[in-house]
Design a protein around this ligand. Sequence first.
Ligand SMILES: [Zn+2]
Length: 199
Amino acid sequence: MESLAKTLRNLHQKSKSYQPMVARNISDNEIIEQAECCVQKFELAPDKSLTEMVQSEGGIVHIVGFDDFCILHDDDINILENSIYVHDIHQDAGANKFDIILSANCDSYEHRFILAHEIGHFILHRDKGRCYANRLKNSKNKTVEDEADLFAGSLLLPEKTFKDAYKSLDGNYGDLSLYFRVPWDIIARRVKRLRLGIK
Ligand SMILES: [Zn+2]
């Protein structure tokens, strides 16, 4: 096993020749449909981790902290934090098709949503070539990030499951956050999107 520092250094080197992911510009319904297909395929549930899904798609998740980043220059840290690098997707089954980098500064609820977001990039935005997505670096390309966010919301908080939970938990954001194991603001965003709580 190569060390995390070595992996980071390699990814950072490679990233210079990778292309930023581009938005699909497909309808919201198509994105939601793709996410719900994944929920079925991987039998996802609020208490189930996303690790199995990532592994079976050929991905590796790295959680990196400040010490790991010490090998890089300050300016380069943003390039790697909370991002995805998709390599050759035509490799054999079992090969490393993509790497996801999560920041150790986030808590487990934030990790769950960011991981779902990065999986969204892999499902929606992977291309024939090598590509990457990073929220900070992609700030000019809001659509690609919005698409991944919609995918993540639909993957972790599928409409029917979410509406049922909202009803049984009396719309309490704190309880919903505990149940779905995502941050409070993600619950708020989902409530707004599904127009719940509007009398
Ligand atoms: Zn993103």
